[in-house]
Design a protein around this ligand. Structure first.
Ligand SMILES: Nc1nc2c(c(=O)[nH]1)N[C@H]1C(S)=C(S)[C@@H](COP(=O)(O)O)O[C@H]1N2
Ligand SMILES: [Mo]
Length: 196
């Protein structure tokens, strides 16, 4: 299993970032409750600055290279849950499958509840940036974004869209739901980039 729990070293920080408290619970934070996502109708759409638009159903997504990683999870409201096991497809695998073009500089993630969140492309093209459907050996619970969500251990968790439905490659930066409403656009936990 790939262990991503030492990535704090890259940010010259402690494993539990400043101002965070470790919890063994896994709280649920959603802007508007849990949408119902019918897996038989669900697809992950990938579009924008790509050579190959993708419309992956669940089996097609799981047919890409998958891996299991150990990762920490940092919520901007102050809790961190360490040593999660997530199984999924890494973002670089998706970039390759879609043939992302040189014009792409930014990424917008779209979700079934209308949520969006954004990141620069170079912040996404990392192995730890995972599109996942399994947590600690079980299918990802609906409250935590099942069937499929994004996890971002190098950023606060609001950068990880639950109920993922789309990945859009942009040629200009844009802001997502919380980034338009006062949360930090950069969201680095080791710099406590919580609010803009
Ligand atoms: N689609 C969607 N994704 C979302 C959210 C949301 O409201 N909708 N909330 C974000 C926030 S603010 C956080 S802290 C994490 C919480 O994930 P959890 O509920 O699994 O702890 O999901 C993020 N992803
Ligand atoms: Mo959050």
């Amino acid at each position: 299993m790939y262990d991503a729990t030492s990535l704090h070293e890259e940010f010259d920080g402690e494993r539990v970032p400043p101002g965070q408290r470790e919890t063994t619970r896994f709280p649920v934070l959603s802007k508007s409750g849990t949408p119902s996502v019918d897996l038989s109708e669900w697809t992950l759409d990938v579009w924008g600055a790509v050579n190959e638009r993708l419309e992956l159903d669940f089996d097609a997504l799981r047919g890409l290279d998958t891996e299991t990683q150990r990762q920490d999870f940092h919520c901007v409201t102050g809790w961190s849950r360490l040593d999660n096991e997530f199984t999924g497809v890494t973002f670089p695998t998706i970039v390759e499958a879609a043939g992302v073009t040189d014009e792409a500089v930014h990424v917008m993630f779209h979700a079934a509840d209308g949520y969006t969140t954004n990141l620069p492309l170079d912040t996404c093209t990392r192995r730890e940036m995972l599109v996942t459907w399994e947590h600690d050996g079980e299918r990802l619970p609906a409250d935590h974004g099942g069937p499929v969500r994004v996890v971002v251990p190098h950023r606060y968790a609001y950068k990880g869209a639950k109920w993922l439905t789309g990945i859009e490659f942009l040629t200009e930066p844009e802001r997502g739901y919380w980034e338009k409403r006062g949360y930090s656009n950069t969201a680095n936990p080791w710099n406590e980039e919580r609010y803009a």
